[in-house]
Design a protein around this ligand. Structure first.
Ligand code: HMG
Ligand code: MG
Length: 304
């Protein structure tokens, strides 16, 4: 094992969106922008900043338009935001964001709870999103959630997840991130799933989005690395969870991911100490202790 690791990895930071969407207390727009600035300062080049979803469904993301207006520009950072439908695309276009992400689950029940539609209806709702976005030069990423398992239906049919992924790629997504939404995946299962995907799809079009409910996310990253996957989603301080997936704990902590990758000589372009500062800021914003406790000498305290 570990004979064919990549030399560099692209980290797709999701803390401002996935990390905060589940927080009950409203985080101020100012605090969100401060977190994004800290992530940029740490060298994060791909950041999912917010979600143009219904504020009735996810009140925490109601300020998506303002967040997009206030993030630091022209620093070589690609910002993205979730878009569930044409209304979301209109908002994204008005915000002048350069990348969006559409999302759908591989299990009907989670999809229905999350977006109030069947999987087929959700994919149909992307038709007025993906084509018009790409025609305007906006990159579109896709998510398929519950690929490993669903909180309502149990283990997911890999063939179904693969077919949905292929549909998103055919529609124009440049990459699809496979979600272990509730963090149930284990390494041999991950190997089986990824081998099925990589039989049909180039590795660079696949990313992994692993929630770390049971501490298996990094073990699953190792399987992904060995199989040539080079994009990993993560969230500083391990913040995160899907409001419509009961039991979904935080994402894989970016600090832990970067620490592990750097320790294996895999480049990320991220400064670990500054990343740790961003993680401390995220913890301060939500007001509690979180994962990703990489200790770096000299770091004392942070004002949010
Ligand atoms: P609905 O209620 O079926 O939709 O929600 P609707 O079309 O009937 O609209 C209801 C109201 O919302 C209307 O307002 C619309 O205008 C408004 P009203 O007339 O009642 O005043 N509306 C919108 N407002 C702003 N922006 C929009 C928008 N769309 C409609 N884009 C809908 C359907 C999809 C909108 C809703 O279910 C929704 O927003 N769901 C999002 C849920 C969500 O964000 N979940 C978390 C993200 S996914 C995730 O975390 C998983 C991931 O991390 C990967 C993984 O971990 O596996 C990505
Ligand atoms: Mg997620």
């Amino acid at each position: 094992m570990f004979d064919s690791l990549p030399t560099s990895v692209s980290v797709y930071e999701v803390s401002p969106r996935d990390g905060l969407q589940n927080e009950a207390a409203q985080v101020t727009t100012h605090a969100k922008v401060r977190l994004i600035e800290a992530l940029v300062d740490a060298g994060c080049k791909r950041i999912e900043t917010t979600a143009f979803v219904s504020p009735k469904w996810v009140p925490q993301m109601a300020d998506a338009d303002q967040v997009c207006r206030l993030v630091p520009k022209d620093l070589g950072v690609s910002y993205s935001a979730l878009v569930p439908n044409a209304r979301g695309l209109d908002r994204a276009l008005a915000s002048e964001i350069e990348e969006i992400a559409v999302f759908v689950s591989a299990s009907e029940t989670h999809n229905r709870k999350n977006v109030n539609k069947t999987i087929a209806e959700t994919l149909a709702a992307f038709e007025p999103v993906i084509g018009p976005a790409t025609e305007r030069g906006i990159r579109v990423r896709g998510y398929v959630s519950t690929v490993w398992g669903c909180p309502y239906e149990g283990e997911t049919d890999t063939a179904k997840a693969l077919a949905i992924t292929q549909t998103l790629l055919d529609a124009g997504c440049y990459q699809v991130s496979l979600g272990d939404t509730i963090g149930v995946g284990t390494p041999l299962q991950t190997k089986r799933i990824l081998n099925a995907f990589l039989d049909q799809i180039e590795g660079e079009k696949i990313a992994l989005h692993l929630h770390d409910t049971r501490g298996t996310a990094l073990a699953n990253v190792m399987v992904g690395l060995e199989l040539g996957i080079t994009t990993y989603d993560a969230s500083v301080a391990g913040l995160g969870g899907c409001p419509y997936a009961p039991g979904a704990a935080g994402n894989l902590a970016t600090e832990d991911l970067v620490y592990t990758l750097h320790g294996m000589g895999i480049e990320t372009g991220i400064d670990l100490e500054k990343l740790w500062r961003a993680g401390q800021m995220a913890a301060a914003i939500v007001g509690r202790e979180l994962a990703g406790k990489v200790h770096c000498a000299g770091v004392q305290s942070l004002a949010v």
